[in-house]
Design a protein around this ligand. Structure first.
Ligand SMILES: [Zn+2]
Length: 148
């Protein structure tokens, strides 16, 4: 099923939407990319898109070094990272055969936490079949239950 995602326009809802991305150090504005960001590949973006979990798409116009001009950029937000996608300018048109891709957010290094470490960090842990993974760089954690 195709699901249309959008970033809320209401200021309070918009702020709440972005609060879930603790791996961002700066949200940026309409003319800049969020921080941190790194050059990436279309393969990495398409792999993420294929596996689902798209939460919202933000449209911006940023000056990208590849174009040295304002460029239309779509930013695809997932739970643990985002990707900015734009196209190189060829003449007066965008060349859709040459995408520019930036990965946005922490380059997570997840490790599994023990029950004791979860307690110390205030992260819920529900037993031996429950696994909690934590990124020491940004503090993001995710968990799953193998007893289901
Ligand atoms: Zn991280």
């Amino acid at each position: 099923m195709l699901m249309l995602c959008h970033i809320p326009k209401d200021r309070k809802e918009k702020d709440n939407f972005y609060k879930q991305f603790q791996w961002l150090t700066a949200l940026g504005n309409f003319n800049t990319l969020p921080q941190p960001n790194f050059e990436s590949t279309q393969e990495r973006f398409l792999n993420k898109l294929h596996h689902g979990g798209l939460l919202g798409i933000s449209y911006r116009q940023c000056i990208l070094k590849e174009n040295n001009s304002y460029s239309n950029v779509n930013i695809y937000f997932f739970r643990d990272e985002a990707f900015a996608v734009a196209y190189k300018i060829k003449g007066v048109k965008y060349d859709i055969s040459s995408p520019i891709v930036y990965k946005i957010g922490c380059e997570h290094k997840f490790r599994e936490l023990s029950m004791k470490e979860c307690n110390e960090k205030g992260i819920p842990h529900f037993g031996h079949c429950y696994h909690v993974y934590y990124c020491d760089i940004c503090g993001m954690h995710k968990s799953y239950d193998t007893s289901d």
